[in-house]
Design a protein around this ligand. Structure first.
Ligand code: FES
Length: 175
């Protein structure tokens, strides 16, 4: 159900990475309004791309016949959805009460220093994005951050650069 004219869309002047719409074709072809709701569909899109690309949301609107404004309303209402691409490593820094009391603001400053980006942005090497999140559910280990599926607990500001630089080294990046 994809428009042929948009299968490899995205203007070259865009700063966003090129989006391959063929990746979402199977998901959209399988869409059935009787069994699939919009949230489930958007979760599927985000699983494919890591975020909700604008071009794909246009296709979702065409296929589902749901207005783009409503789709964006859902996408921006739920914190699980992201409208910008993320790095290979998504860092979720807990800002819940226990982590806040135990110095998460200092951890965030250390992250900003070592990554040289603000929250939600992607590092120029494409490796990292950090976001602030609510309680990660392991308050006794505060302050805590997760990098993809791995939890880093009882963090100190010194730990932050060490952890990030270990990942950079694994990825063959200069430190
Ligand atoms: S407040 Fe950070 S894990 Fe609960």
């Amino acid at each position: 159900m994809l428009c042929k004219c948009q299968q490899t869309s995205v203007s070259e002047s865009s700063e966003q990475p090129q989006v391959d719409l063929s990746q979402v074709k199977g998901l959209l072809d399988a869409y059935d309004p009787a069994t699939t709701n919009l949230i489930t569909l958007l979760q599927g899109v985000q699983k494919i791309y890591g975020y909700l690309p604008e071009e794909v949301l246009k296709e979702v609107s065409i296929v589902t016949k749901i207005k783009e404004a409503k789709i964006y309303g859902v996408a921006t209402f739920y914190s699980q959805f992201r409208l910008k691409p993320i790095g290979k490593y998504l860092i979720m820094l807990c800002q819940g009460t226990a982590c806040h009391v135990n110095g998460s603001a200092n951890i965030e400053r250390a992250l900003q220093e070592v990554l040289a980006v603000n929250e939600g942005d992607i590092t120029p090497d494409g490796l990292f994005t950090y976001i602030n999140v609510a309680c990660l559910g392991c308050c006794s280990l505060a302050p805590v951050m997760m990098i993809n599926d791995q939890t880093h607990a009882k963090l100190t500001t010194g730990d932050v650069a060490k952890i990030i630089n270990e990942i950079r080294a694994q990825e063959g990046m200069a430190i």
